[in-house]
Ligand binder design. Structure first.
Ligand SMILES: C[S@@+](CC[C@H](N)C(=O)[O-])C[C@H]1O[C@@H](n2cnc3c(N)ncnc32)[C@H](O)[C@@H]1O
Length: 247
């Protein structure tokens, strides 16, 4: 039943997608919903409906959060990004949880920034921060050396793209190879790309058609690059062995 959702990006309201997923079917929800804290944050489909009001923010998101818990397997983790501005409400909204902060920095800038992650099990038990460093270079998102470099124009499609490195950190510590990661607010698909790079299965969803298309393009580009690397690797090996390359 879950198989038909795997490795697909759904242009859909997250609540609709979640309600279609079977209970206890995914291994982790790692998702970055709207923060709700800014008065004038615009997505391509319209403004963030919370407009800075915590009550409106939670009225919008709570049904989706509860559905995320329903679709998780027992003991598995939900990681839900938030702006720290609403931290006074976190215990009421989420129950038991641990706050994880990954610091993002730009090499040439003076500021380091970061949003917090609410991390807990399906049963609302806190998940402890792993014993490892958590500094994420935001620069690589534009670097020609990065596996998924974006142009500034592409980056400006979306008000708050997450670096693939940040999502890879979360996926690496919360899941194992082959497991299913759900991001029901996937934006331009950074979580899905990180999941693909780390050999996880994934399910993505966003309200914006344009963001879904861009996410699919990033995934397709990554797949094409990987196939090219595999092909040139195979040829090198065959040449090293003195055999002609396969046709
Ligand atoms: C903070 S952004 C996610 C950014 C993403 N992590 C990335 O790296 O591109 C939140 C996303 O939630 C999406 N969104 C808001 N309401 C939604 C809903 N009801 N269903 C699905 N997506 C929704 C927005 O379109 C936006 O792309």
């Amino acid at each position: 039943m879950i198989d038909r959702f795997i490795n697909k990006v759904f242009h859909e309201d997250a609540l609709m997608l979640l309600q279609a997923l079977p209970t206890a079917s995914v291994d982790a929800v790692i998702t970055d919903p709207m923060y709700g804290t800014g008065r004038k944050v615009e997505y391509d489909w319209g403004p963030d409906p919370a407009g800075g009001d915590p009550a409106k923010h939670w009225f919008y998101h709570e049904p989706m959060y509860q559905e995320c818990r329903r679709v998780l397997k027992a003991g598995c983790a939900v990681a839900w990004a938030q702006s720290p501005k609403f931290h006074n409400y976190f215990s009421v909204w989420f129950g038991g949880h641990r706050l994880w902060t990954l610091t993002r920095y730009r090499q040439r800038g003076r500021n380091a920034t970061g949003h917090v992650w609410i991390v807990q099990t399906r049963e609302q038990k806190p998940v402890e921060f792993p014993h490892r460093d958590s500094l994420i270079s935001f620069e690589t998102i534009f670097s020609s050396a990065a596996p998924d470099a974006m142009t500034l124009r592409e980056h400006n499609l979306h008000p708050c793209v997450k670096p693939v490195e940040e999502m890879a950190f979360m996926i690496d510590v919360l899941t194992k190879h082959g497991q299913i990661v759900l991001d029901c607010f996937c934006g331009l698909g950074s979580t899905l790309l990180a999941a693909e790079q780390l050999g996880r299965r994934w399910i993505g969803c966003d309200l914006s058609k344009q963001y879904c298309q861009r996410a699919m393009k990033r995934l397709a580009d990554f797949g094409a690059r990987k196939r090219n690397e595999n092909t040139s690797g195979r040829h090198r090996t065959e040449e090293e062995q003195g055999k002609p390359p396969a046709p």
